[in-house]
Design a protein around this ligand. Structure first.
Ligand code: TXA
Ligand code: MG
Length: 328
């Protein structure tokens, strides 16, 4: 049994990188769920992941990278579709299955010739990878248990099995990444996630999901900028991110506004806000007028992101375009 430390901040990243490079397991945060990481090129360390989790050997691991360029270190014959997906959704909650690179041990891929590659959005995760090496990592739970979205969840499952848990608070997405296979004739969604089938269809034209081919015609309007206010507009992936962006803008002499629902008043405090109400329906109803108002009275608009399906998905389709896909 190891002593399991829980740390956060820069020291945790430095310590984590050191441990990874010496062949240890380190739990790190991502925006989806916490991951149980090992040096993806170290066969023994990768084997230890399976032991710590009690995971069946035939279930392959995702390799996490910190820059798009790094894909070349872990995969080969990378198709153009990968870069299309990367431009739209990376860093973010999507893993893409590609041809395995020669340096990746078969322990990672469960003996297969393909490898799943993911660039997490979480900055701590990327800092850890940058400071060490690509990380093979499954969710940091005991096999078959619920995926962990806080450091405490991880500790409950894996105390004594890992040297370090890097704590970055609760995960923002909360469900595991979308897994998209690009080694099939038509791109195939193996696991749905926050990057939805519809989103992938819009970008790729057609995808297979749940065994069905789903074709999503690109409407002619797609190539134009839509719904764009005349001032800088960004979508905040969380109220905390919104507040950080707002405060940064003020420090730089700007005049920002939050376009937000009032249910986050405890986070947004007395910062300037255009109130989108409470429900997603309120939000949808008010968003266009809020954007028009915002461009009159501010030089940066920071919009709340909705994360659900249905109306939330539909309204975000517009809002992302308003922001030219700029996320903070
Ligand atoms: O959000 C996530 O993906 C999290 C964080 C830590 O990144 N990771 C995660 O890993 O959920 P895991 O191991 O719990 O789930 C990985 C899924 C499994 O269903 C696995 O079978 C699939 O991805 N997978 C991995 N490599 C694959 C490959 N080469 N081909 C097909 N499926 C693969
Ligand atoms: Mg899992």
């Amino acid at each position: 049994m190891k002593e399991t430390k829980i740390l956060n901040g820069t020291k945790a990243i430095e310590e984590g990188a050191r441990l990874i490079l010496s062949g240890e397991l380190v739990v790190f945060p991502t925006e989806t769920v916490y991951g149980l990481g090992a040096d993806a090129f170290n066969e023994k360390a990768v084997g230890d992941i399976f032991k710590a989790k009690g995971r069946p050997q035939d279930n392959p691991l995702i390799v996490h990278i910190s820059s798009i360029d790094q894909v070349k270190d872990v995969a080969k014959d990378v198709p153009d579709a990968f870069y299309t997906i990367a431009e739209k959704f990376m860093p973010g909650p999507i893993s893409v299955v590609l041809k395995k690179g020669d340096k990746v041990p078969y322990g990672v891929t469960a003996g297969g010739e393909t490898v799943a590659v993911r660039m997490p959005e979480n900055k701590v995760a990327r800092a850890l990878i940058s400071a060490s090496t690509p990380l093979a990592a499954p969710s940091a739970n005991k096999s078959k248990h619920v995926s962990p979205t806080t450091a405490e969840h991880v500790y409950d499952d894996l105390k004594g099995e890992v040297a370090l848990i890097i704590d970055d608070g609760p995960c923002k997405v909360g469900i595991e990444s979308t897994v998209l296979d690009l080694t099939t004739d038509i791109p195939t969604v193996l696991r749905p996630g926050a990057v939805t089938v519809e989103m992938l269809g819009e970008v790729l034209g057609e995808v297979v999901a749940s065994g069905k081919v789903i074709k999503i015609a690109k409407s002619p309007g797609m190539k134009y900028t839509h719904y764009a206010p005349k001032v800088k507009t960004v979508v905040a992936v969380s109220p905390q991110h919104a507040v950080e962006e707002y405060d940064k803008c003020v420090r730089e002499g700007g005049n920002p506004i939050l376009v937000y629902r009032n249910i986050y008043k405890d986070v947004t405090g007395d910062r300037r806000i255009i109130d989108l109400g409470v429900s997603p329906e309120d939000y949808a109803r008010r968003i266009y007028s809020a954007l028009r108002e915002g461009e009159q009275i501010a030089d940066e608009i920071i919009i709340e992101e909705l994360h659900g399906g249905g109306i939330e998905y539909s309204v975000m389709n517009r809002v992302y375009k308003s922001a030219g896909d700029k996320l903070v």
